[in-house]
Design a binder for this molecule. Structure first.
Ligand SMILES: [Zn+2]
Length: 83
């Protein structure tokens, strides 16, 4: 994992567990408590490649019915309108 923020150059990255949103076409999957290094300055999150591969694998296991989903949520969708 990185030891420096690519966005802002800050070297102060904190180990945190964050919510990761995986998106593929128009399907979304939320994974909680993913280990991440978060830049203390700009908030950019960095993940291990193997963790992202596992998340992708989990997504395809779910859409191919090889794995059960823990929980499903409903998400409102809007097209942006200028008010
Ligand atoms: Zn940063």
């Amino acid at each position: 994992m990185k030891d420096k923020s690519v966005f802002c150059g800050n070297k102060n990255l904190e180990q945190k567990y964050v919510q990761y949103i995986y998106k593929h076409d128009s399907k979304f999957m939320i994974v909680n408590d993913v280990p991440s290094k978060v830049c203390a300055f700009c908030g950019e999150q960095y993940f291990e490649g193997k963790d992202l591969e596992n998340i992708e694998k989990l997504f395809f296991d779910i859409i191919n019915n090889r794995k059960q989903v823990n929980k499903k949520i409903e998400v409102p969708v809007f097209d942006f309108e200028v008010c």
